[in-house]
Design a binder for this molecule. Sequence first.
Ligand code: 5AD
Length: 343
Amino acid sequence: MNTKKIIDKIVKTSQGSIDDLVNILHSNCDAYLFKQADQVRKKYCGDEIHLRAIIEFSNHCRCSCSYCGINKQNTTLDRYRMPPEEIIDYAKKAYISGYKTMVLQSGEDPWYTTEKISYILQEIKKLGDIAITLSVGERDYDIYKQWKLDGADRFLIKHETADKALYNSLHPHSSFKNRIKCLKNLKELGYQIGSGFMIGLPGQTLETMAKDILLLKELDVDMAGMGPFISHPKTKLKNYPVGSSYLTLKALALTRILLKRPHLPTTTALEVTNIKDRENAFYTGANVIMRKVQPYKYRKLYEIYPNSTIHEKSIEEERKEVENYIKMIGRKVSITRGDSIEL
Ligand code: 5AD
């Protein structure tokens, strides 16, 4: 079968084999793939783009992920923790500016006990009709259960790579098995779950990427984030080349045509490797964009991967800028919480 036919088959049946996916990733049939992904996005998600506020509230981390700039071995980094009241205060500012989803993300930092996170969730929920997405790493079932009761709606925890051996070598503190268990526990507890992976990790092949996309399908994710790997000078992988933003767009488009319903953000990592590609993602399947809202003094220190200089603007100014951009490209700014899309 030629590549166009395989693309048509996936659009129609929502089924594809590893070979089908590798064929598409390998081919130069990108214009056709992107066009189909854009149409599928329009059919299932409409023209609305969801804006999410993200508060990166702590860069302390107990993990040793080989690619991540805030891994615990990096002793040169100034570490910070936002006090709970400050997190709540910034969630309030973001809500007033129009955001209806707060993503609370941090390194795996046990300083934020189950109770502290519960308190933060309850206080943010009191502010109004806000969806809360937690992204704080691997925890036990009972802790996830408690946070769900306290008001957490969604959870982001990427599988990072579907290659088990590669996963285990990049994450010596944990295991692929536990990662997947966390995702399954969260789904069982009724969270809207988000996974995702990096493109261009050393050792990754097109076949691994095909398995990554099929794993998203198997997990039945509600959200999926894909971004190019960017080497960070303070990590073991510092000498490896950055991932391809072109391949990232193809992975995004493929995910859209195969899974249809997940919310797919255009990731910041995509902007770092190629500023145009963050915009292009909106034409290849993406329907979500996140904006950092924590104070700038912290943003500089949340350096998972090297990021360009930031021009300081207020939360309102930044929100207006993105809104204007969305309108300029002929799409709509969502005024809903942007919960899961059911087929
Ligand atoms: N390059 C690209 N993405 C990275 N992440 C972490 N480190 C890097 C890096 N060096 C991504 C991971 C993680 C998310 C918070 O950021 O996918 O889940």
